[in-house]
Structure formats: C-alpha cells, structure tokens
Write a protein that binds this ligand. Structure first.
Ligand code: FPP
Ligand code: MG
Length: 308
C-alpha cells in the first residue's frame, strides 16, 4: 500500500501509538453502542438494529468525532452521543446499500447482511429505526453542551445524510452503474457525497460540540473532505488487491459490476499517488492545532496504509 504499514507515528520526541489509541476508543464506543439500544417489544426490530450496529467495524467515524472534540478542548462524554449517532447513521446506510434493490450484497462486516438474516422488510425498517433513533439519541443524551451547539450538530447530521449528502451520492452512484463513460468529476461527486460528507460531519460535529471557532471548523471540514476522498480511493484499490477475508465483504465486486472506479480511470499506481497527496493536504490543515492533532494526523495516515 501507499504508506508504511506502521501505526507508530513520531512527532517531536514521543511516539504516538495509533493502534493502542484506536483499541481503547473502540472499546468505549462498543460499550456506548451496546447500551444505546435495549431489546424491548417488538423485539425483532431491536434485534435487527443491534445485529448490524454491533457487528464490529473499525468505528472510525465515532472515533473521529471523539478525537476532534477532545482536540478542540471538549471531552469524550460531550461527544459520545453524537459519536454513537454517526455510527447508527453509517450502519443504516450500509443496511440499505446492501439491499437487493441497491447492491444486493450477502456479506457485511464478516457476517450475513441484515436482509439475509431478517428479510428485506425488517432490514428496511431496521435502517429507518436506526436513522430516526440517531437524531433522538443526540437530542436526548447530549450533556454539558449548550443547546444551540446541539442544534448545530443535528443540522449537520441531517445535511450529511440527506439528498445533499449520502442520499445524493448514492443516487448518482446508482445512475452511473453499468456506464463506461463516467467522468472523474462524477466519481468525485459520488464519493464526496456518499463517503466524505459523513466523515466531514464526524469531525465538524466534534468541533462544534467543543465550541471551536468558525475558521478552525473550515480547516476541519477540508481535512475531512480530503481523508474522505482518500478513503474511497483506497477502498477501490482494496476491492482489487484484498481478499474477502481481509475485507469482511465480497472482494472484486467493482470489476464484476463493471463499475468505474479510481483505479479503472487512473490505474493502481496513480490512484495510490492521488490518495497519498490527499492525505498530505489533509495533514496540512492540522498544522495550527499542533501536538493536539496527533490522533487526527495518525488516522489520516492510517487510511492509506490500511489493508481492510
Ligand atoms: C457503501 O458504498 C454505501 C455507502 C457509503 C452509503 C450508501 C448510502 C445510502 C444507501 C443512502 C441511505 C441513506 C438513507 C438516509 C436512506 P459501496 O456500495 O460503494 O461500498 P460497499 O462495498 O462497502 O458496499
Ligand atoms: Mg455496496
């Protein structure tokens, strides 16, 4: 892959152990997600929601939110409800993306997809349930944060998930399927909306909760857009180079579906170079935050070196 497969980042004297950091944060997020949804009547729907929400995954989105809030002077507690909401939104988008009406996928996060276990009807409703609950969860559980900041967070979440974000990106993605003349501009539109918009919401919401000033929010937004696009380029590369076991989902799907991807437009080497360049631009946005930005910097580098 692009960067060295070494998660130890050095800046100044002390090394930053990203893998320990991610492990520790993942455990906090897992516990919060587990507590967020309890089984009650009608159990079937809560079970289906929990099935996909607790299926593992890197928890990159919630961790980005927590890391940004802390970097900006806030606490993990202030950001945890939003971090969980972001994972609920991400999970619901994957449940719907895997449906027969969309990508018709059988595996996700190393296990059968939601509709394969619960049926299409319940999978659609599990996605709807998670989406609605995400907003309720932020509004009901955010503490020690002024109400106007919580309102800003809800606005940003709505924008990231709706037609101006994930939904819009997915529509253009579906429209582009089977077309061989998709331009880089269209591909960029798809991924800035389908992937980068939610990643942007993660860091921006973390910053908003901590009360970060507007110019810094804009820096964070550019950081996230760059890592979001790099994330997608690496995803496209991994679809070609990684195995199903490494990915936890079907490999080689893009080629099979004759999807236009960054490697199909640029080739593997150029795609890797572009991803690396985006990560460098993302890192540059973090300079004013100094030492405090080490987790965000390490996460940016991790994106290009990941193997699944
Ligand atoms: C995976 O892409 C899918 C997404 C990143 C999001 C898709 C968005 C939706 C289905 C919109 C749903 C949102 C609402 C609010 C209804 P991929 O298919 O390229 O990647 P994959 O290989 O992981 O499936
Ligand atoms: Mg898909």
């Amino acid at each position: 892959m692009v960067a060295a497969d070494n998660l130890q980042m050095t800046q100044g004297e002390t090394p930053f152990d990203l893998s320990a950091y991610l492990q520790e944060r993942q455990a906090l997020v897992e516990a919060a997600l587990d507590n967020a949804i309890t089984l009650t009547y009608p159990e079937k729907i809560y079970e289906a929601m929990r099935y996909s929400l607790l299926a593992g995954g890197k928890r990159l989105r919630p961790i980005l939110c927590l890391a940004t809030c802390e970097m900006a002077g806030g606490t993990i507690e202030m950001a945890m409800p939003t971090a969980c909401a972001l994972e609920m939104i991400h999970t619901m988008s994957l449940i719907h993306d895997d449906l027969p009406a969309m990508d018709n996928d059988d595996y996700r996060r190393g296990q059968l997809t939601n509709h394969k276990v619960y049926g299409e009807d319940i999978a659609i409703l599990a996605g709807d349930g998670l989406l609605a609950y995400a907003f309720e969860f932020v509004a009901a559980n955010t503490q020690s944060v002024p109400a106007e900041r919580v309102l800003q967070v809800i606005l940003r979440l709505g924008r990231a998930v709706g037609a101006a974000g994930l939904v819009g990106g997915q529509v253009v993605d579906l429209e582009s399927e089977g077309k061989s003349d998709v331009s880089v501009e269209t591909l960029n539109f798809i991924h800035t909306h389908k992937t980068a918009a939610l990643l942007e919401a993660c860091v921006v919401c973390g910053g908003i909760l901590a009360g970060i000033p507007e110019p810094d929010l804009q820096r964070l937004s550019r950081y996230a857009q760059n890592i979001g696009l790099a994330f997608q380029i690496v995803d496209d590369i991994l679809d070609i180079t990684a195995t199903q076991e490494e990915l936890g989902k079907t490999a080689g799907k893009d080629l099979q579906a004759q999807k236009v991807t960054y490697p199909s437009l640029w080739g593997l080497e150029e795609s890797q170079r572009q991803a690396q360049q985006l990560i460098e631009s993302a890192a540059a946005e973090l300079t004013p935050f100094g030492e405090k930005a080490r987790p965000l910097l390490a996460i940016a580098n991790f994106i290009t070196s990941r193997t699944h």
